[in-house]
Design a protein around this ligand. Structure first.
Ligand code: ZN
Length: 258
């Protein structure tokens, strides 16, 4: 009998072997442990990615989708000026993802998605995917927020600069999934215009140039955006959109030939 849980770590070795044989897909949620201002816990990015992954996996019934144990840590040098941040070096992070991807593939799983919840990892998950491809292992990689820019544009009340970090979007999402961890009384806006028209600080606002930002330089207290506009309802819409998009991708991914 196929187990009902989607949680890799709760299954037995024979069950996982049988699921690989049956063609199950695997989502690897990836986050960060980093400061998100005075009003949010340091776990925001992994909590968000894990929740999206779990709900997307559970929403698919035609075939089995598993959620691998979450990768708590990410690359967060730009947050190290604030207490609580635990950051990996880029080399460690890429090696970690490659070791995880390699292990999952070794057991026969052919559809693996690295699902990221932290902006600072966004470029690096692609590097891990490229490195694995050198070994003939093909994994997909994306950040959940890159899948829902239209929804964020529709929901956002803040101007550009309002959805970046510990912001209107992330605070809403946490209000929807872990309200007991959100201290709205401590939420304060810190919205800044783009420093250059070729790059952006806002998750809704794709621009062609990448530029690493630094929260010590680019924020007052670790927030970039306007968390005071966050609501549970916005969080539920963001979550639903991300779950829908991830599930839609996984269905197409599963149907791909080869
Ligand atoms: Zn975040």
């Amino acid at each position: 009998m196929t187990p009902t849980t989607v949680s890799w770590q709760d299954l037995t070795s024979p069950e996982l072997g049988a699921l690989a044989e049956a063609g199950a897909a695997v989502i690897v949620p990836i986050g960060a442990i980093e400061q998100h201002g005075p009003h949010l816990p340091v776990s925001v990015d992994i909590t968000s990615a894990f929740e999206v992954a779990r709900r997307a996996a559970e929403s698919i019934t035609e075939f089995k989708v598993l959620v691998a144990p979450p990768v708590w840590w990410g690359v967060s040098p730009h947050h190290m000026a604030f207490p609580g941040t635990i950051s990996l070096s880029t080399a460690t992070f890429i090696d970690l993802l490659c070791d995880i991807g390699r292990s999952i593939a070794k057991h026969g799983f052919k559809r693996i998605l690295l699902l990221n919840g932290h902006g600072g990892n966004a470029e690096l998950i692609g590097v891990a995917a490229i490195k694995l491809s050198e070994e003939g292992l093909f994994v997909a990689a994306c950040s959940y927020f890159a899948l829902i820019t239209d929804e964020m544009k529709a929901i956002g009340e803040s101007p550009i600069g309002g959805m970046s970090h510990g912001c209107e979007m992330e605070t809403s999402l946490l209000l929807a999934v872990a309200p007991e961890l959100v201290h709205m009384d401590l939420a304060r806006a810190d919205v800044r215009p783009n420093r250059n028209s070729y790059f952006t600080i806002d998750l809704r606002d794709a621009r062609p140039v990448f530029y690493a930002y630094d929260l010590k330089r680019d924020s007052n207290e670790g927030v970039i955006g306007d968390p005071t506009l966050a609501t549970v309802e916005k969080g539920q819409r963001i979550l639903a959109a991300a779950v829908r998009e991830v599930a839609s991708f996984i269905r197409e991914y599963q149907a791909m030939q080869g």
